[in-house]
Design a protein around this ligand. Structure first.
Ligand code: NAD
Length: 498
């Protein structure tokens, strides 16, 4: 693996020769050394993407040609899926089986957008007149800056790169500095399947240095950002100066509402998966259990018992049920979140510390944690921990459940568990969250949109809305019977000498 930047069709080191060592969060073992780009590298990548858009052939290829390239890319990723999954697990520390699952989703995402090619011809509009034709057509936006996080590294990249390329844009990708490996593999695959030089560029490095120029450089037309709320606000603020398109996919503090009439064992299994999958490092993690008060004691007792049995381990441990946190700094953040929650009155029912197992001592592990006795006055209920931490609140009736579940500045996802189908639909309809699962948690399909309400972001990914993020819509009006105008006297050309 080159471990370099990819600019204008060539692999290269950072301008100042800086590098970063990537270590596996599961055991601290070095897994890669990659170029650490800065503002000068990003500026060079932007220039390449600008030239490829303004003077290159890519924006003028047909949608079908671009779709065919995405199909070839999907085939290449599928062929090398084992290598991709291994690299992803080494960077993130997540279980190999989860990375393999992600690769299947990534292939499906590229195939989904490839399959949309040729179905997006725009539309003809009825002008109500016989002398004019009106068409609404789609065009690429231009140079897109794509900035992605570390929790689902290549999946988040694929949600942006696939629609961006299908629409005919060029891009500069800046993946998380913590997890660069699969973005490097992706650029190799794009090069292999024939993406023209300059259309896709990769810069690696820290957000403030390598990522920030994508938000404020006037040569960038759109910035699509997935990450935390604080960084998202900084990106939106910087982008405002050039009024570029901004697509934000931010954090979540997602309620999982469990009614007493839910199937007990099903709700229990899903409540555990909702929050502890990938050690809670999932934007849509069900980190807020909102449970009917009559069910609370039995349900939470059982949850605590089951959470205490979750087996932690590294990517290649077949017995592991979840893995480490991404970094020492992130674990410290989760630890201080838990300490803060206990200080404000939450009852620590399990976890709350690093696991004692010496075999895990070199990784950034944190035990699955349940904080009972929480309510909406507490910061722990509102702040995203992005770790394996569940807060528990109770409700009395349907209205109370909806009120509590909507009491968040975020609005990314929510779950509802009930055996009453009507209630499930009623509550789902009232929840102000971009995705609501009824008697399920976490699944998605690339055909359906993904995006948050409120401060979870303004962006839409996946589905047709995901493609709309990457295209301009233009109205073309054609007067098919042009003749002198008579209706507005001051400008009427009467003919003859003036
Ligand atoms: P982060 O905000 O720290 O970083 C995300 C990316 O932005 C990284 O590539 C980083 O280098 C870059 N960045 C940081 N500051 C920047 C700046 N000022 N200008 C330009 N780029 C900058 O987030 P993270 O810790 O990598 O990811 C975790 C967060 O991502 C969580 O809050 C999670 O909820 C969110 N997330 C959201 C979704 C979604 O679909 N809504 C999906 C995955 C993750």
């Amino acid at each position: 693996m080159p471990g370099q930047l990819f600019v204008d069709g060539s692999w290269c080191d950072a301008a100042d020769g800086a590098v970063r060592e990537i270590r596996c969060p599961a055991d601290g073992v070095p897994v890669a050394t990659v170029a650490e780009g800065g503002a000068a590298d990003t500026a060079r990548a932007i220039a390449a993407a600008r030239a490829a858009f303004d003077t290159g052939p890519w924006p003028h290829t047909t949608e079908r040609e671009r779709g065919d390239l995405l199909f070839r890319l999907a085939d290449a990723i599928e062929r090398d899926a084992k290598e991709f999954a291994r690299a992803e697990s080494l960077d993130t520390g997540k279980r190999l089986v989860e990375s393999e699952y992600d690769m299947a989703d990534i292939v499906a995402c590229f195939r989904h957008y490839a399959g949309l090619a040729g179905t997006q011809a725009g539309r003809v509009v009825d002008t109500g007149r016989s002398d004019a034709i009106s068409r609404v057509v789609h065009e690429p936006i231009g140079v897109c800056g794509l900035i992605t996080p570390w929790n689902y590294p290549l999946l988040q990249v694929s949600w942006k790169v696939a629609p961006c390329l299908l629409a005919g844009n060029t891009f500069v990708l800046k993946p998380s500095e913590l997890t660069p490996s699969t973005a490097i593999l992706l650029m190799q695959a794009l090069d292999e399947v024939g993406l023209p030089a300059g259309v896709g560029n990769l810069v690696l490095g820290a957000g403030a240095r390598a990522g920030a120029p994508l938000a404020d450089d006037p040569r960038v037309d759109l910035v699509s950002f997935t990450g935390g709320l604080v960084s998202g606000r900084a990106v939106a603020t910087a982008a405002a100066a050039t009024v570029k398109r901004v697509c934000l996919e931010l954090g979540g503090k997602n309620p999982n509402v469990v009614f007493a009439d839910a199937d007990f064992d099903t709700a229990l299994d899903f409540a555990l998966t909702a929050v502890f999958l990938h050690s809670g490092q999932v934007c849509s993690a069900g980190a807020r259990l909102v449970v009917e008060d009559s069910l609370h004691d039995r349900f939470v007792d059982e949850l605590v018992a089951r959470a205490g049995q979750i087996r932690l381990g590294g990517p290649f441990d077949p017995q592991a049920e979840t893995g480490p946190l991404i970094s020492a700094a992130h674990r410290e953040k989760v630890e201080s979140y838990v300490a803060g929650a206990v200080d404000e009155g939450a009852v620590l029912r399990c976890g709350g510390s690093r696991p004692p197992d010496p075999a895990l001592a070199d990784g950034f592990y944190f035990a699955p944690t349940i904080l009972d006795g929480c309510d909406q006055t507490m910061a722990c209920v509102h702040d995203e921990s992005f770790g394996p931490v569940l807060t528990v609140e109770t409700f009395t009736d349907e209205d109370d459940a909806v009120r509590i579940a909507n009491d968040t500045t975020y609005g990314l996802a929510a779950g509802v568990f009930t055996s009453d189908a009507g209630r499930g639909q009623r509550v789902a309809g009232r929840l102000r969250h971009g995705t609501v699962w009824i008697n399920d948690f976490h699944p998605y399909v690339p055909q359906a949109e993904w995006g948050g309400m409120k401060q979870s972001g303004n962006g839409r990914e996946l589905g047709l809305a995901g493609l709309d993020e990457y295209r301009e819509t233009k109205h073309i009006w054609h007067n098919i019977d042009p003749r002198p105008q008579h209706w507005f006297a001051p400008f009427h050309h009467a003919g003859g000498a003036s």
